[in-house]
Each structure stands twice: as structure tokens, then as C-alpha cells.
Design a protein around this ligand. Structure first.
Ligand code: CTP
Length: 219
């Protein structure tokens, strides 16, 4: 299969020395890229800035902003069999980017933010993607209900949900605990290393692709 994976945070510049970003190490997305490549699939990793080494044997598109990630996904999605959106994309960006460093003045500074494109949300409708579509949901409450709602709204085949309020897993950790929300059922993956969870997710996506096509799709 040809698999596109988004990973890491995006950075939305405010001026030449400052940006807004999301908390994300990129570890889950990179673990997925490595696991798909190890299983013999062709991987295109579209990644915001992270400290992680690029896994060997994959195609890599580095991006900074949500708009750049959006452009990269729009360019490549049409030729993919599966797409996994693990990136923590900033939902908003500063309305204007100052050309020079913003100097302090006054006691308050009000920032105006504007919406970024919802890349996952556009995959089916605007980008006409018909392959296996997997989204992530980082939630602090009502994990399953919020994930199921996202699954329907964004017409995904699977939402990988995790509770980011649980201490010791998620964000900067090498470990995570996941809830896999499919249209017809839900499966819990107990706490494990992100690399092991990634291997499990590869199998789930292979199964979804096989079910979709009526036969197993070779790498
Ligand atoms: N995502 C994306 N583009 C965005 C924002 C999110 O592709 N601009 C993807 C993420 O990579 C992840 C999923 O969408 O796969 C997360 O969705 P989220 O923004 O949490 O979804 P919403 O349903 O819009 O949720 P919320 O109302 O909580 O913002």
C-alpha cells in the first residue's frame, strides 16, 4: 500500500522570533511511519518540526505551518491507498504575521487568530479521497463519544483516540493507551510502547484495506 502519514505539531508564526504551536512530540506518527515501512509499505511522512530522526526507507516532506501541511497533503493524497492523520495541527493561526519582532508596549496584547484548514475534514469531501482514512483524537473527556462523533463527521474508517489527561502516557511519552473507534465497534489497546501500538495499527489498516477491496492488498 501507499500510505501518507501526517505527524508532529505545526508552527504558526507571529513574528520572526515567535510562533504558536501544539503540544506534540511526533513520536506516535514517526512510530507509525517506521512500522508501515517495516511491513513493506510505501510511506510518505508529512511532518511538522520534531527532534526525531527520519525513519529509513520512507519519503519525507518537512513542513512548518498548517497551510504548508495542507498543501503537501493536497499534492499527494490522490495517489495514496491509506492516509493517517497523526499530526497535532494548530486549528488557528495569527491573522497577521509581523515582519519585525513585536516590541512590548502596554499591559495587554490581544492576538487575533483565524481558522486553519481542517486537513482531515477536507480529505473526503474536498480532496475526494476514497482510500482508508484514519484520524486521531486527543481528548480530555468523553473519549469514545467525541471520537465517534469525529469518525462520522469526517467520514473516517477509524479514529485512534487517546485520553491526554492521563499522566505518564501520550504527549512526550514513549507509551500510550488507545481506543480504536470503528463505525461498527470499539476496541481498547491497553498501555504499551508507541512502537508496539504502531505495529498493531498497521495490522488494523491492512485489515481495513483488505475488507474494502475484498482481498488482501500486497505492499
Ligand atoms: N486535523 C487536521 N487538520 C486540522 C486539525 C486537525 O488534519 N486543522 C486532524 C488531526 O491530525 C487529527 C484530527 O484531525 O487526526 C484531530 O481532530 P480535531 O481537530 O481534534 O477535531 P475536531 O473534531 O475539529 O475537534 P475539536 O472540536 O476538538 O477541535
Amino acid at each position: 500500500m501507499k500510505v501518507l502519514i501526517t505527524a508532529g505539531p505545526t508552527r504558526e508564526p507571529l513574528d520572526p522570533v515567535r510562533y504558536l504551536t501544539n503540544r506534540s512530540s511526533g513520536k506516535m506518527g514517526y512510530a507509525l511511519a517506521a512500522a508501515f515501512a517495516d511491513a513493506g509499505h510505501h510511506v510518505l511522512l508529512v511532518s511538522g518540526p520534531t527532534d526525531i530522526d527520519i525513519p529509513p526507507g520512507i519519503d519525507f516532506v518537512p513542513v512548518e505551518t498548517a497551510s504548508e501541511m495542507h498543501d503537501a497533503v493536497r499534492r499527494h493524497l490522490f495517489r495514496m491507498d491509506a492516509a493517517i492523520f497523526a499530526a497535532a495541527v494548530a486549528d488557528y493561526r495569527p491573522a497577521t504575521v509581523a515582519g519585525e519582532k513585536i516590541k512590548k508596549s502596554g499591559e495587554e496584547l490581544v492576538l487575533k487568530l483565524v481558522r486553519n484548514p481542517d486537513i482531515l475534514g477536507e480529505a473526503r469531501d474536498k480532496m475526494n479521497f476514497e482510500g482508508i482514512l484514519v484520524g486521531f483524537a486527543a481528548e480530555t473527556e468523553n473519549l469514545e463519544a467525541n471520537a465517534r462523533d469525529k469518525l462520522k463527521r469526517k467520514r473516517c474508517d477509524l479514529i485512534v483516540a487517546n485520553d491526554v489527561s492521563k499522566p505518564g502516557i501520550g504527549f512526550d511519552s514513549d507509551r500510550n493507551e488507545l481506543l480504536l473507534v470503528f463505525p461498527e465497534h470499539t476496541a481498547a489497546l491497553p498501555e504499551d510502547e508507541k512502537h508496539h501500538l504502531a505495529r498493531h495499527l498497521v495490522k488494523e489498516v491492512e485489515l481495513l484495506a483488505a475488507t474494502r477491496s475484498g482481498a488482501f492488498q500486497a505492499p
